[in-house]
Ligand binder design. Structure first.
Ligand SMILES: [Zn+2]
Length: 150
């Protein structure tokens, strides 16, 4: 897989981290540490609100991470364009004939195919990327190269 693919992933993570940091800073500004020792009555509700605000920040952050991973999954490993044209293959009732139900996405520039199990239960179904080769000889040699990959 290309460097650009992982650079894009990293860039999104950095943006999310910066966003989280900004949110936490905002919370710290809204709820500054109370230096007045004579205001203990207000502290209870302040702590509660501050906790809620922090929880919200982390929820937003978790949502962002989810979207980042999801976006990454449906991008071409070579050119980073969004994969298109989902095609359902296989069939539960005819597994022996057509194989397991899978959904295939392709890069419209012909870089490869993403094949994904048609199981949306866990959200952790395995997806397999198959690069398309320019010529038949590279395709034939691919099995040899595969073994050398780290
Ligand atoms: Zn592509």
């Amino acid at each position: 897989m290309g460097m650009r693919y992982w650079a894009w992933f990293l860039a999104k993570l950095v943006v999310a981290a910066v966003g989280l940091r900004a949110m936490l800073k905002l919370v710290a500004r809204i709820f500054p540490p109370n230096k007045d020792p004579l205001a203990p009555l207000n502290d209870g509700i302040r702590f509660l609100l501050c906790d809620l605000a922090l929880m919200l920040c982390f929820l937003i952050f978790a949502g962002a991470l989810y979207l980042i991973v999801r976006d990454q999954r449906y991008r071409c490993r070579v050119c980073l364009r969004r994969l298109r044209m989902p095609i359902a293959t296989g069939s539960w009732s005819r597994i022996l004939q057509f194989g397991r139900p899978r959904i295939e996405y392709i890069c419209t520039y012909g870089h490869g195919t993403l094949s994904e199990d048609d199981l949306h239960i866990s959200g952790l179904s395995s997806a397999q990327w198959t690069p398309h080769s320019e010529d038949i000889w590279a395709e034939l040699c691919a099995s040899g190269k595969e073994a050398n990959r780290p």
